[in-house]
Design a protein around this ligand. Structure first.
Ligand code: NAD
Length: 495
């Protein structure tokens, strides 16, 4: 049995009711009424991206995707501008919230990681098309959006990763549902709420960035499998990388790293020491690109250790390194899955706390502790994510490169070399084959901070997209026009 068609009065009453509800959300009524969802009464406008269930979040993001399509590239530009403005303008407040909630890293870097959203993260200017013009006409390759993307984000940079993913993904015309790390979910929700509220006020579209308010492993699995999700983007450690790679959907995987550093006899040791401290101490070594273990050739090893002290790091003696190792690296998992991991109490904590745990006395402003270890010390293979670096003595550059290669585990994420010998650089670059390879600078230079290039907090390693940009989140579409619009005429061709 079909329902009777609504009368003109019914429709007018529904529209009046929806407009009244929408006015309460504070958005311009004329723009909101233009939303198809709003007129049917099924709109998620007013949620500002925060959802209790995966289903609702995906439905809201799908509705927002269709709305964004109608707003065109200009709409994407304006939406992104709001995200950048809030990330920068509210960086102090949101950085403090992230620091308080996660309890790891350094406050000044939590703030800085939001401020870099301004210039370093690419937007719609990356959305170029390619054109082939010839005797048979014209082919235009356009980069189209996927639709709704599922994103998983880490605790190490909760809101910065979400903001950066959102800028890239919206620039490409997509919308996104985020399942954040549970320990960074509150700041994630506050940031997402602010982004959407500002975009909604200006453009009348809500929920471009959606978030599962109480994220769990189950909600992550549900999101991966949801039929409304067209693409997956995960940023995190080995477990989530494996889960995404096993998904039948296309996944962009920004996986774990364990970046080694090689210092050979041709390096400027003082410069190398300053660079290593800058990279490894940044946000207490939470960055996936941060220096994690150092291999130094025998002939300059002792001088390099002195250079590190001169640059401000605190050297631990062998007994102190042993004491710290016992406290900082612990066993996890059962049976065949048993492996060593950083201890939660020290992960992302200040160098002063590590020094105390080692039985040393820290001085004010200490950023990094370090010490000599052998290659079997667990600090070498484990991605410690804390400001202690093991330094391993190596016979020559070849041995240093071999050991660096082993310690990187084939993640092909990031490696750093300090050398003026092109052969050392080339051998290391070829063997490790990493996504980022930084020479004679801190690791952060690889993301354009003190080096060239753009920045993203999602560096796709096993799946190969590299430092993600808007183009990472697009599909190619080719539009072909046969035998017309030829730009170059040939002799005898008709006009
Ligand atoms: P994590 O792996 O513990 O968590 C990352 C995210 O994955 C969280 O949201 C978590 O809830 C989720 N998760 C974990 N296991 C999952 C599973 N089986 N299925 C679905 N979701 C799952 O990592 P973390 O401690 O938050 O972040 C640090 C790790 O992330 C480090 O290994 C670091 O190298 C890596 N990382 C990589 C990049 C990159 O760009 N490649 C950037 C930042 C961090």
């Amino acid at each position: 049995m079909t329902a009777p068609a609504p009368t003109a009065q019914d429709v007018a009453a529904i529209v009046r009711q929806v407009l009244a509800e929408l006015r309460q959300t504070g958005a311009p009524a004329s723009r909101q009424a233009a939303s198809a969802g709003a007129v049917t009464g099924r709109s998620f406008a007013g949620h500002h991206g925060i959802f209790a269930s995966v289903d609702e979040a995906v439905a809201a993001a799908a509705e927002a995707f269709h709305h964004l399509e109608r707003l065109g590239v200009e709409g994407r530009k304006r939406a992104i501008a709001h995200i950048r403005r809030i990330a920068i303008g509210d960086a102090e407040e949101l950085g403090r919230m992230e620091f308080a909630e996660t309890g790891i890293g350094r406050l000044e870097h939590k703030i800085e990681k939001l401020k870099v959203l301004g210039e370093k993260v690419p937007g719609v200017e990356f959305m170029t098309s390619e054109v082939f013009s010839g005797d048979h006409g014209l082919a235009v390759i356009e980069h189209a959006p996927f639709g709704v993307i599922a994103a998983i984000t880490p605790v190490t940079h909760s809101l910065p990763t979400i903001a950066c993913n959102a800028v890239n993904m919206i620039a490409a015309g997509n919308t996104v549902v985020v399942n954040p790390h549970p320990s960074g979910r509150k700041v994630a929700a506050e940031g997402v709420r602010r982004f959407n509220a500002a975009i909604h006020r200006d453009l009348g579209v809500d929920n471009l960035v959606c978030l599962v308010a109480e994220p769990t492993l189950e909600s992550a699995a549900e999101l991966f499998a949801h039929r409304g999700v067209k693409l997956i983007c995960v940023t995190g450690g080995p477990a989530v990388a494996r889960a995404a790679l096993q998904s039948p959907k296309r996944a962009i995987v920004a996986g774990p790293g364990n970046p080694p550093v090689v210092v050979d006899e041709t390096a400027d040791l003082d410069h190398a020491a300053r660079s290593i401290i800058q990279g490894a101490a940044y946000d207490n070594n939470l960055l996936c690109i941060g220096e994690k273990q150092v291999f130094v050739v025998e002939s300059v090893f002792d001088r390099m250790m002195v250079a590190m002290e001169r640059a401000g790091a605190l050297r631990l003696h062998a007994g102190q390194v042993d004491a710290l190792t016992k406290r900082a690296i612990v066993w996890a998992g059962e049976g065949a899955h048993r492996h060593q991991v950083p201890c939660k109490d020290l992960l992302g904590k200040d160098a002063a706390l590590l020094a105390q745990a080692a039985g040393a006395t820290p001085r004010d402003g200490l950023e990094l502790v370090f010490g000599e270890t052998d290659v079997d010390n667990p600090f070498v293979p484990v991605e410690q994510m804390m400001p202690f670096l093991p330094f391993v003595r190596c016979r020559d550059a070849d041995e240093a490169i071999e050991r660096a290669h082993e310690s990187e585990h084939g993640f092909r994420h990031t490696a750093i070399v300090h050398s003026t010998n092109v052969r050392t650089m080339t051998r290391m670059g070829r063997l490790l084959d990493t996504t980022l390879f930084v020479k004679n600078g801190p690791s952060v230079a690889g993301l354009g901070l003190g080096g060239e290039g753009y920045l993203s907090f999602s560096i796709a390693t096993p799946t190969g997209e590299g430092v993600t940009t808007p183009l990472t989140f697009t599909r190619q579409r080719r539009c072909t026009l046969v035998d017309d619009l030829r730009i170059l005429g040939s002799p005898g061709m008709e006009a």
